[in-house]
Write a protein of this length. Sequence first.
Length: 441
Amino acid sequence: MIDLRNPDWSGACVKVKDASSLTPYEYGVEYGSPARGLWNIVHTGMLIPESHQIFVCAQGCLRGVVLTAAEMGAMDRFSTVAVCENNVLDGDMESLIIDGVSDILGKLPKLPKAVLIFTSCIHHFIGCDLDYVYAQLRGKFPDVEFSDCYMNPIMRKTRTAPDPKMREQLYSFLKKRPFDKKSVNIIGNNYPTAESGDFVKMLRAGGFDVKDICSCSTWEEYQQMAASCLNVTYHPAAVVAGKTLEQRLGQKHLHIPLSYDYDEIKAGLGKLAEALELELPDLPKLEARAEEELAKTAELLSGIPVAIDYTSTPRPLGLAKLLLTHGFNVVSVYGDTFIAEEQPAFDWLKANAGELDLFATIHPKMGVLPRAIHARPQKLLAIGQKAAYFTNTNYLVNMLEGGGLYGFDGIMRLCGLIRDGFLHEKDTKSIIQVKGWGCCC
């Protein structure tokens, strides 16, 4: 029994000064909070225009993806093939996929340009010959492009995890074509990058056409991404996609990480300027404007507690450091593990903000202990849906995956979101129930 009057947070919470690594928690049985704003493989796959998704797995596993497609109003682009016990015992899994997909495509009012087939863990457990399956389907439907996609929980801790794998497969249909030296892609994001972002403005000023799958509405627009001479990534889960395209299509890949560290931002912009012979913006002026926005925002918040979670940005520790060094009262960060790029921020926090609480979000205790126990009694601002849920606050910055904000401009725009979150209460309960927040499909 858990004593709710004196709760034991061991395993689920640690002071940053006591954290031994970027993976500071126990792992075992996992809890899933009702904060559902992050995209899943269904949402991401729908970014490919004029495509159709087919999930092949057991009916129990299909429930979640079917609900996702229904919630986003995309059932006309979504189908399923149910795997039953007899398919495993009789050894006819290849025939099930071929016949099931063929039946679905035969009943569609119009053949899609591309089909994403999602197989599951059972196919790997039994050694299903997927190469044979795809060869047969391509022979039967020569006008349709097929791509192998995966709904496979066993990939979470081995090989390429499902999220970066799905972002990689987003571009698997691109066909090599002559390069346009004045065209650049932004690769691997679910959300479009703000036009005001530092590097986007640099590209536009240099006369470059900036393409992003988030803004593609037709198959031909999507295919034109293959002509870009450079792929830029800044989300860590997008790096695999960038590297794969460099190998497959010969497009150069440049990773300029999303960061809240001024030196890292400048280094990323410098790399882009060097790669494309671009003129750098007035960086001292941008930095000064970011400093002004941070000072104004910290003064408004006047020391109220701030909680940050990993769903808002892949660099929550870096964001915590930025805010703490500018007068904000950051009290907690929610994240189950932190990427290697967070090590400098982690080390700084250990040395300078040792009392900062690090909370796991999937530890079972997070579902048992009432949220009110670790919510602060006074007003608290949460950056991210999970932080808002666990701290039981309606003062929310509803940002996911960095929100398409980059560089000094991104910091300035984030300050505006923080001020809005502080001044205007949100209906947190309604917001966090929306799966795939912002999905425009």
